[in-house]
Design a protein around this ligand. Sequence first.
Ligand code: PMP
Length: 367
Amino acid sequence: MTRHFNFCAGPAALPEPVLARARDELLDYRGHGLSVMEMSHRSPEFVAIAERAERDLRELLAVPDDYRVLFTQGGASLQFAAVPYNLLGRGGRANFLHTGIWGKKAMAEARHLFGEAPVAASSEAGGFAAVPRPADIALTEDAAYLHYTANETIGGLEFDYIPEAVRPDGTEVPLVCDLSSSILSEPLDVSRFGVIYAGAQKNIGPAGLTVVIVREDLLDRACAEMPSLLGYRALAEGASMVNTPATYGWYLAGLVFEWLKEDIGGLAAMEAINRRKADKLYAAIDASELYSNPIAPANRSRMNVPFVLADDRLDATFLAEAEAAGLLNLKGHRSVGGMRASLYNAVPEAAVDALVDFMGDFERRKG
Ligand code: PMP
């Protein structure tokens, strides 16, 4: 068996010890004589798995007691709809920070369902090379909440601060964050947010599970007419088991949380490793004549590093040789081309070292 280094943007690499543990427990989960996939979600065994996962996630992120943690489905994309349904029941409009493709999709869904969704600040004029500065953010008087994407996975653009969500009259509104591609990569002050959501398939576990963290006082702002499965209150009161949850994904997420706590030592330790990985790759790109990345240094994503080759006729050779060297999934998103190396939590530092070596060698031969 050979496991290659996987730089996929998602579904992404999982920690090898997690996969090994899942393999060992696959046919007979801890002496119960069946796999987790085959268990009732109401069984004491599964309820224990589910509760442990929530406890560990709360501990990792130091989630305050007045927040509910939901394990749901539909990906981050269904949250693009769930958030406005849950927060616009008392009127007002969703406001957005526009920093790239995912935030734009979230905005488009809010507009599709509710009409106008004003842009409170945008990076578009600068080609999405930097996030808006705090002084550029202007909410509308009727803002019901402010939505932003902490890390734009395709553009490789990451906020270096948590925005304030304050209307012109000084009242604060909930801050909503799509954290799909950077959750658990560093410690986070959850108390700054009204709602956080993330698809699991990058830093949490396999695709199919979605995590939502919502402040309790926001459970009562939902629109009367919405699909009941999207309702945060119903999910919170039903312990995320309103219908059959993504049980296996939930279990694997729990194993990832244990790995983060016990093998890595928590999110501060994870942050230090992630910082080192990203610094190494950006340093290699900046030192080269062949590779470049256009993002302002303070907003360069630690998780997703897009780069282009000075001569795009070399792209196909680069990708083929990388794959032959065991460096998988370096092709950029189909909408932008070029390359992208995703360096999520489960991508080891050795993978970055191997990539940097390969890139240097490729440049010496072809550059
Ligand atoms: N938001 C961000 C920041 C993402 O990176 C992605 C997926 N790459 C999505 C939303 C959409 O996620 P999903 O496929 O889980 O709906």
